[in-house]
Write a protein that binds this ligand. Sequence first.
Ligand code: HXC
Length: 510
Amino acid sequence: MKHILEELENRRAAAMAGGGAARTDKQHAKGKLTARERLSILLDDDSFEEYDMFVEHRCHDFGMSEKTVPGDGVVTGQGTINGRLVYVFAKDFTVMGGSLSLAHAEKICKVQDMALKNGAPIIGLFDAGGARIQEGVDALGGYAEVFQRNVLASGVIPQISVIMGPCAGGDVYSPAMTDFIFMVRDTSYLYVTGPDVVKTVTNEVVTHEELGGAKMHAKVSGVAEGAFDNDFEALSQIRRLINFLPASNREEAPDWPSFDEAERQVPVLDTLIPANPNMPYDMKELVRAVADEGDIFEIMPEYGANIITAFGRLEGKTVGFVANQPMVLAGVLDIDASKKAARFVRFCDAFEIPLVTFVDVPGFLPGTRQEAGGLIKHGAKLLFAYAEATVPKITVITRKAYGGAYDVMASKHLRGDVNYAWPSAEIAVMGAKGAVEIIFRAEAGDPDKIAKRTKEYEDNFANPFIAAKRGYIDDVIMPHSTRKRVVRALRTLRNKELSNPWKKHDNIPL
Ligand code: HXC
């Protein structure tokens, strides 16, 4: 018996060693943790249950029979985050660069299947060089099996990808189909093909960082939902994110203990809006002031920063905040902001997370770049997402709600459940200046007349009362009472029932 136990210990030790001490040292020298070290930070102490530690690849080509490492370059299993079940896989770069063989893919598929069956989130930690080149089509098939499961799990369980090293070739598309991609600054790169291939094909010379670094994806491409400074910070933040999320679309997000008074007044909000309507203010102050204990988790803070998307809680229950940010591009809706917010709204709707929308939007961004980039289709994504969402929708217009953007931002007409406006709200087809220039074009040469017309337009339209008279706004509220009014509204909507007509699926303007 002793002999058998020893054999188990020896086999375990071989698997735990991964690619060996030298490769582990190399990993550390690059500022990266190993797969197992990462899981020990991500998961609660002593909660990790590993599967398939002894799985080995079955490839015999190119001398691979002599190159087997138990576990085959990916550590998979389950554990808990603050006591809640999650499934995990972590690519082990020390074993053949974390490359994907068929056996490696089968391990990932197994935890994907278990996560879906048991209704728990799945978190993938990526640090890998793509398809195991020696395996050929088996590796390609393995990837497709993973992709298929990503798609089936989409909208059923939260799927999170963290890019913590190279992530190239076949490894990019699984993260791309998950709900959130986070990257680690300076040590992670995400691209379909690396700089060498780029040079060969296009003759373009680029660095890893320029081509697929965290700065680029979190700010420019929008492929990543966020970036963190190092492995530890990234993993700690994923733990925090998980706390906001339900385990699946069959469950509610967990109630989080809060010492924040539910109907707390926020006097400082009465002076948030500057006297000059063209002066910006920080909408994040409003989001933080309203959220329980000011605690929010921003999604895509750097990309499309003219709109804020963040998870927060009210009365201990998760909500999704969407808010135009007047500090950036005056809070206008452009392609990036529309895509960003649309995806966030759809995530919230899929997982029954109520939406709280704060509106201060001068309209859609005009111009050839936006039109040529497809603003119409991208703007329509946000419109579509809000219109199809059946979760509770609370909207507060703080200042501008102009034109089509008024409609889009969870207006009453898109089944907004409770729509409020602050006294400073201006709900109109467009701003006074633009409106007067069009309606009174004949008087353009007379500045006095134009000033008079502008004043007239402002007096008549730059307020919330015309919309309130029509019932498009349920009430005009004092800014300091915003948290209280939103909390009360959400309480009334806990048993909301609303469904869309049966369909196989919709055809959102992709
Ligand atoms: C097999 C691989 C590998 C791979 C790396 N290794 N990538 N083994 N298949 N795809 C091995 C190396 O041989 C090496 O083994 C170890 O991993 C570490 O690799 P290094 O190159 O020494 O590391 P580094 O210098 O840090 O460079 C990392 C890298 C580079 C940038 C990821 O390894 C690289 O470019 N790899 C190939 C990327 C690629 O082209 N993948 C195929 C994509 S095609 P030893 O034994 O020396 O430690 C693809 C198609 C799928 O994925 C499409 C599905 C839809």
